[in-house]
Design a protein around this ligand. Structure first.
Ligand code: SAM
Length: 277
């Protein structure tokens, strides 16, 4: 899930400026390679080795069934995009599905191998690639999913949506979670300072952390809700649900800018549930 507040590199400066596909992809690949160990250390127990959780609010696919009835997953081919250590793919495998876990970061994928080895499981099939250039034939998958993977980081998400559409079979579901777009208007802080809107929700300028020479070391891209709907519809998807998980009573764990306080006031996550036409 999105990390930028907690993990800003010591020497980097946070700015809002343009960042194209090449710069975003290169910066994020290196950032996730450098930070994968810390990410898995910090969040591994929340994520669980073989759990499918959509967001810091803890919504689980086992209860939500956004990909369809969990009992109907047997034999289905699934592409997990921005899979990290492939925790979701491991949950899918346990339900008889046949996932492929794709990620930009080699180090993130190494954590998938580590977990499989530790559990004595056959390795989840892994692919290192950029989600905007999927190395699969047309119509290769029944389902595609992503828990905060790739979509917030890619400059050209219209292209990403077209690529997912291409590799899905007709009728296939594409379900992905991202930071709720409204959060972009607020400082990414878990405390009360994170409750006052300081920027425009309509400002699509990317969030960039850059080094002293101005080279991007981390990039996130913003789309409004309307932008996302238009990208999905233009790619050929039908939007069937937009889930905004509420902060559950009793969840005290903070995750970057996600906290019980902010969760009581603002949506933190948006989950788009789409069907390929
Ligand atoms: C916030 S992590 C989420 C990982 C996993 N889904 C989870 O819930 O722990 C985002 C992941 O997206 C990957 N990523 C970022 N940009 C990507 C891109 N353009 N293509 C594929 N993966 C990307 C990162 O390497 C990282 O592993």
């Amino acid at each position: 899930m999105t990390e930028h507040t907690a993990a800003t590199d010591d020497e980097s400066e946070a700015v809002r400026r343009d960042a194209d596909t090449a710069e975003s992809s290169s910066a994020n690949r290196h950032w996730w390679d450098r930070n994968a160990d810390d990410y898995q250390d910090e969040h591994g127990s929340f994520l669980g080795d073989a759990r499918f959780t959509w967001c810091p609010e803890g919504l689980d696919e086992a209860e939500a069934g956004l990909l369809g009835d969990p009992d109907g997953l047997r034999g289905r081919t699934v592409l997990e995009i921005g899979a990290g250590a492939a925790q979701c793919s491991r949950w899918l495998t346990a339900r008889g599905a046949r996932p492929v876990a794709l990620d930009l970061s080699h180090r993130q994928l190494q954590h998938s191998l580590r977990i499989d080895q530790g559990l004595g499981l056959p390795p989840v099939p892994l692919v290192q690639a950029d989600a905007t250039v999927l190395p699969f034939a047309d119509g290769s998958f029944d389902l595609a999913c992503s828990a905060y993977g790739a979509v917030p980081f890619a400059a050209d998400t219209a292209r990403l949506m077209r690529e997912v559409h291409r590799v899905l079979r007709p009728g296939g579901r594409w379900v992905f979670s991202v930071t709720h777009p409204v959060r972009w208007a607020f400082p990414d802080e878990p405390g009360p300072e994170g409750l006052t809107a300081l920027s425009s929700y309509f400002d699509r300028t990317p969030y960039v952390e850059q080094d002293e020479d101005g080279n991007a070391v981390y990039v996130e891209h913003h789309r409004t809700l309307g932008d996302r709907v238009r990208e999905l519809v233009s790619a050929g998807f039908r939007l069937v649900d937009l889930v905004e998980p509420e902060w559950p009573e009793g969840l005290t764990q903070e995750w970057g800018g996600w906290s019980p306080l902010r969760g009581r006031h603002l949506p933190g996550t948006a989950i788009f549930v789409c069907v390929r036409a």
